[in-house]
Design a protein around this ligand. Structure first.
Ligand code: SF4
Ligand code: SF4
Length: 303
């Protein structure tokens, strides 16, 4: 039997996830819970119901077919008791307004590769490849290893987007098939990192050193810039010092300004976040870029 992993999106023609035109495969499941996550539907490895309330026309067909009777109409909008939803998808199939969706489907490596190879001509002619993202691909090491090695056997460039929160053995298993890492640093203070993401940062920083010095796999560092969380000059300087002194100045950086895509997704998942972040100004992003560049680092704003 082939290995499977829960896939929640296969995005063709991606141009921000590594060189050239790429197909990005998003796996479900993540050990982190970053407060600003743009893909909250990736947190759980299980299939989940998403509900787009703005599309609902209040017809009640979903409530009629739901086997667990967890849908009720409230003010002509379908409300779901998600704690009892079994993600069977019957309501999705009957909804005339496309207001409901199940995210996450178990797929084999062959099924994913079949999709990827549909665009092989464009990928190859642009110098592109595949990028495995998430969620956290390292939560599915056997699948990710098999997918990356199969892509390489097909002559494709391989990249991985990862938080690097995993054991050395998992990193070693997967990164031998990685041509380029797109790796994050979210905060240099471990206690703050834990408050903002749910996990401390020691394992992550140790893995970055390991990948750079021992495995010699090239990577870029992404810094998500979240106002009020990790954008202080002190934290940016600490990040710059770590990269310049403990990794190398050949490691390029991407400064990724916060955006609000995840907020609407949290609504669709029925998660009440009770907070919001502001979007950093272009001027603020440039200031942070200047700080990083003063350490001799190569920095770009955006993906
Ligand atoms: S996915 Fe199934 S259990 Fe969940 S609300 Fe829809 S019909 Fe009911
Ligand atoms: S079937 Fe769709 S449109 Fe009708 S009540 Fe349910 S979610 Fe709303």
């Amino acid at each position: 039997m082939q290995i499977t992993a829960p896939v929640f999106n296969i995005q063709g023609y991606s141009i921000h996830d590594g060189p050239g035109i790429r197909t990005t495969i998003f796996l479900k499941g993540c050990p982190l819970r970053c407060l600003w996550c743009a893909n909250p539907e990736s947190h759980s490895p299980l299939p989940q119901l998403m509900f787009y309330s703005g599309k609902c026309v209040g017809c009640g067909k979903c409530a009629d077919v739901c086997p667990t009777k967890v849908i009720t109409l409230q003010d002509n909008i379908a409300a779901t008791n998600r704690a009892l939803c079994i993600s069977c998808g019957l309501c999705v199939n009957i909804c005339p307004a496309e207001a409901r969706e199940i995210v996450g489907k178990a797929m084999t490596v062959d099924e994913v590769m079949e999709k990827v190879l549909e665009d092989k001509l464009f990928i190859e002619s642009s110098g592109g490849g595949i990028t495995v993202s998430g969620g956290e691909p390292l939560m599915h090491p056997d699948f990710t290893e098999a997918l990356l090695s199969t892509a390489k056997a097909n002559g494709l460039h391989t990249a991985i987007e990862s938080s690097c929160f995993a054991s050395h053995s998992v990193i070693e298993q997967v990164f031998r098939y990685v041509d380029l890492g797109l790796l994050d640093i979210k905060h240099m203070d471990s206690a703050e990192h834990k408050r903002l993401t749910g996990v401390p940062n020691e394992t992550i920083l140790d893995n970055l050193r390991y990948i750079y010095h021992e495995l010699n796999v090239p990577f870029m560092i992404s810094l998500p810039i979240i106002p009020g969380c990790n954008d202080s000059h002190k934290n940016i300087e600490a990040t710059a010092a770590f990269i310049a002194n403990e990794l190398g100045k050949d490691v390029c950086l991407r400064l990724l300004p916060y955006h609000r895509l995840g907020e609407a997704k949290n609504d669709s998942l029925g998660k009440d976040m009770n907070f919001s972040f502001s979007i950093p100004s272009a001027e603020h992003m440039q200031q942070l870029k200047n700080i990083l560049e003063s350490f001799g680092l190569q920095v770009q704003i955006g993906g």
